[in-house]
Design a binder for this molecule. Structure first.
Ligand code: ADP
Ligand code: MG
Ligand code: MG
Length: 876
């Protein structure tokens, strides 16, 4: 492979090889746009450099020199010339733009001789010495690693002596003084003379760019933004002939966006500075002027920028972010790249560009980062107002959206205050199932412990409420009803705001912006619905979330968790009594009451999803989850001197039911087998609800799903209960019911024996959360809290398997289960529920694995629809 390509010779489609900047420069050169001549050293050379123990390939500089000669011919300038010297910039650029991550060196090629030559040629010593001091500072910083502050001290000192404030007002003597002092800094730092040979300067600069790829800033940026090697592998180096925006008042440098990156409107936005070099605008050394002002100040250049914007947008079919420089009235382009946009802007530009016939609907869908769409469905913090508020702390962003309210530390109090109509933010160390009623009365939840899989996080996401967890800098003091972080204490009753999309907690009521389900957004969803093949269902446990999911486009419910219904107010108690029942008869009576409650819930949910399938999962969690934990009870008995029989009985029962490893314990189908009366009650509730609706001519389509099944014997055992219930109900109502009976596949053994299960089951649904735990032998709560972050740091795992399906392990097992199951019933409905159902990568996997549908929480339905459409489009 060639190590170097001139802009006019490169294959500009190959971003991996040339980096985004190099590819853009070569693309623009090909379009005959005014790009200064230059060349790109490929990312392959960067990788060789690292393989080679950080040494440049031997003949690299020979090749570089050939390309420099080419530039000399094109420009008539000469390297190290005493009459017409060539200067270049040395710029990094990986396949993905990493703004500000790696520094650019400008004006390379200057030394005491060429600076004089340039002065003679331009008759503008202020310009040449200004360029020289910029070069030494950038070179010192990038190559020698000298801090900016050292240079700034000198700059400020000289500005003071001369009595000016702006860099551009420095006179020649001052600039010369600065150059001398800058050189001294470098020489003191390196204990050698400042390199004067352009060739040596270039050699060192190239090496420094390669080094910056593994610099702390760059590594951190890649990690935080999930930039893996298949996305960007090494940086390229671009060497570009210098053009000068600092050659006086007919020169300028600037940045423009072809559309508004914030709201997507079709208007050119930008900033420029006269008599300046690029770095100034980017670094904000001087405040730029609005691009519009250029219309008056430099009308010819203004037109050229506008034309270039139109040409580039039309060519790339994407809004662009463009850098330009004007040298004494002559216009140059120095960079173009895809504009970074908010989710709102992406939606608007997608719809607009289809209207403008710039792209088609498929492209419009393809360019949507599905993941970002969720932000549009929630209230968000008003970014423009944040600066007026104090930040209290930062935790883990667990459920998106923004909310304000009064801080309340007590669950009961949260319910009471919530009921008066006041807004509450519930602050707890952690939450438990018995706290769920308080979630309904709160605007948002903040916990100091726990990760993204904690109870607070999962319940909040299910309810679409903002939530921050693991905010460990917040010290919560229940006895005084306060919490303290960073020296600020918040008391019960104080107002705070939380941003569940970033994890930030603020003092006071930060204004928020309404969710943005715009017409454009609906248009995108409509296109996606038509393009996708996968079914999209919702994880919904309440009539409200069923309705919401349907509004967002869900076609059915893939997971309705019946235990959630027992967490609601007044019901927990009944359920606990049922668990505590001493005789079957007593339990039977309590179950009757619960059956009525479940039935009424099912009626409403089935009605909300009329015409679509609703998969109802029978009780899954172990019974002790509904009881207080024994330790807490002991405490209570001790502290409150509570010697009542009832408390003692609860304690005994809680101890009896407690388990060493509840995740693998007495739960799911295992409860159904040992307490058949519970499953029987739940099944009856489903049949009765259906009968009610049939009478009202409502097309209800429930199906019953059994969790945690590991063998056909378990499934058949429950099936016989189902058959009996069905018989009884058909007699009672004189109706032939069509209620499918199926199983979850979330136990490894179930997947491996799916050919057996398929004889009884009328559908399968992968519970990918439990399945992932089983396949890895990871207990999720422990793993995420303890070592998962370190696993990612050490690249043992690239992403969390709880976030995206682990294709090689879990995915492979799913494929086995699918093929074995479909051998028995070739049209078997096989879905997935579990959080992966809302993750774009997992959705792509499911599409390719021929899964029938994915099920996701209501607020992730639009993501799922768009991701499913993308999977379908990209496969063709
Ligand atoms: P970044 O990736 O941080 O944007 P760049 O390599 O684009 O860094 O360069 C930083 C600044 O220097 C930009 O404003 C750019 O326009 C300017 N610049 C880079 N090369 C040249 C050049 N050959 N002539 C004039 N200005 C340049
Ligand atoms: Mg740039
Ligand atoms: Mg499960």
């Amino acid at each position: 492979m060639k190590p170097i390509y001139a802009f006019e010779d490169a294959n500009s489609k190959n971003k991996m090889l040339l980096g985004g900047k190099g590819a853009g420069l070569s693309e623009m050169t090909g379009l005959k746009l005014p790009v200064p001549p230059g060349f790109t050293i490929t990312t392959e050379v960067c990788n060789k450099y690292y393989e080679n123990k950080k040494r440049l390939p031997k003949n690299l500089m020979v090749e570089v020199n050939k390309h420099i000669s080419k530039i000399e011919k094109k420009t008539g300038k000469k390297w190290n010339s005493s009459t017409n010297p060539l200067l270049v910039s040395v710029r990094s650029g990986a396949a993905i733009s990493m703004p500000g991550m790696m520094d650019t060196i400008l004006n390379l090629g200057l030394n005491d001789q060429t600076v004089e030559a340039l002065t003679k040629k331009t008759n503008n010593p202020r310009f040449t010495w200004d360029s020289y001091r910029r070069f030494i500072q950038l070179f010192g910083k990038v190559v020698f690693g000298i801090k900016d502050e050292k240079f700034d001290e000198i700059l400020d000192g000289v500005k003071n002596t001369q009595g000016v404030e702006e860099d551009s007002d420095l006179n020649v003597e001052s600039l010369q003084k600065i150059v001398q002092n800058y050189k001294n800094i470098c020489e003191e730092h390196t204990k050698r003379e400042f390199p004067t040979e352009p060739n040596e300067q270039l050699n060192l600069a190239i090496e420094a760019v390669f080094k910056s790829w593994m610099g702390d800033r760059a590594i951190k940026y890649r990690r935080e933004n999930n930039i893996t090697k298949d996305i960007a592998n090494g940086t390229a180096v671009n060497v570009v002939t210098m053009v000068f925006g600092n050659m006086g008042d007919s020169s300028a440098t600037g940045v423009v966006f072809t559309r508004n990156g914030h709201n997507g409107k079709r208007e050119i936005e930008g900033e420029y500075l006269t008599n300046a070099q690029g770095e100034d605008v980017v670094a904000g050394v001087r405040t730029g002027k609005k691009f519009e002002e250029m219309k008056k100040e430099m009308p010819k250049s203004y037109k050229e920028v506008i034309n270039a914007c139109a040409k580039l947008e039309k060519h790339f079919r994407e809004p662009q972010d463009i850098e330009f420089t004007i040298e004494q009235g002559k216009f140059y382009l120095l960079q173009t790249r895809k504009l970074k946009m908010t989710a709102t802007a992406l939606v608007k530009t997608s719809v607009d560009m289809v209207k403008e016939k710039l792209i088609d609907k498929k492209q419009a869908l393809r360019r949507m980062p599905a993941q970002q769409l969720e932000a549009l469905l929630h209230r968000t913090i008003d970014e423009s107002q944040i600066k007026n508020y104090k930040q209290l702390a930062k935790g883990v962003a667990a459920s998106p959206g923004a909310a304000s309210g009064i801080a309340v530390f007590d669950v009961k109090r949260a319910i009471e205050i919530g009921e008066t109509g006041k807004k509450v933010i519930l602050i707890r160390k952690e939450t438990k199932p018995e706290d769920v009623p308080a979630f309904f009365s709160s605007q948002g939840i903040l916990t100091s412990l726990g990760g993204k899989a904690s109870h607070a996080a999962i319940v909040s996401r299910g309810q679409g409420k903002p939530c921050i967890v693991g905010c460990d800098e917040l010290k919560i003091d229940y006895s005084n009803q306060t919490s303290t972080a960073n020296g600020i204490t918040v008391k019960d009753g104080d107002i705070i705001s939380i941003d569940g999309s970033t994890g930030n907690v603020y003092i006071g009521e930060v204004p928020t912006v309404e969710s943005q389900v715009t017409e454009d957004f609906k248009t995108i969803l409509l296109w996606a619905q038509k393009a996708k093949r996968l079914g999209i269902r919702a994880n919904a446990d309440t009539p409200d979330s069923a309705k919401l999911a349907r509004e967002f486009g869900a076609q059915g419910i893939g997971l309705c968790r019946t235990e959630r219904m027992f967490s609601e107010k007044n019901r927990t108690e009944l359920f606990v009594e049922m668990i505590m029942a001493e005789s079957l008869e007593q339990r039977g009576q309590l179950l009757k009451k619960l059956q009525e409650l479940q039935k009424s819930d099912f009626v409403e949910i089935l009605r909300a999803m009329e015409g679509y399938k609703v998969t109802i999962r029978l009780l899954d969690p172990p019974l002790h989850e509904f009881l207080p934990n024994p330790e807490e009870l002991m405490n209570k008995i001790y502290k409150e001197n509570d010697n009542s029989e009832k408390t003692k009985r609860v304690l005994d029962r809680a101890r009896e039911l407690s388990e060493v490893n509840p995740m693998m314990g007495h739960r799911g189908v295992r409860i159904g087998i040992t307490y058949p009366e519970i499953y029987e009650m739940q099944m009856k509730a489903v049949f009765e609800a259906t009968a009610d609706l049939i009478k009202k001519k409502i097309n209800a389509k429930p199906q019953i799903m059994i969790p945690q099944v590991g063998s056909i014997e378990e499934l058949d055992h429950i099936k016989s209960i189902y058959d009996n219930v069905k018989l009884e109900m058909e007699k009672k109502y004189k109706i032939k019911f069509k209620i499918n009976f199926g199983t979850m596949l979330e136990v490894v053994r179930a997947c491996l024996t799916s050919n057996e299960l398929a004889n009884t089951a009328e559908f399968f649904s992968f519970g990918t959360n439990d399945l992932t735990q089983g396949v890895f032998s990871f207990s999720r709560e422990d793993v995420e809290g303890k070592f998962l972050p370190e696993y990612m740091d050490k690249e043992i795992l690239e992403t969390s398997p709880f976030q995206s399906i682990d294709e090689n392990g879990v995915g492979n097992l799913m494929e086995i289960a699918i093929s074995r199951g479909r051998k028995i019933k070739n049209n078997l409905e096989i879905g997935i529920c579990g959080e992966h159902g809302g993750d774009p990568n997992s959705i792509k996997f499911c599409h390719n694995a021929d899964v029938s549908y994915v099920s996701a929480s209501p607020h992730r339905i639009p993501i799922a629809i768009v991701a499913a459409a993308q999977a379908a489009i990209n496969k063709k």
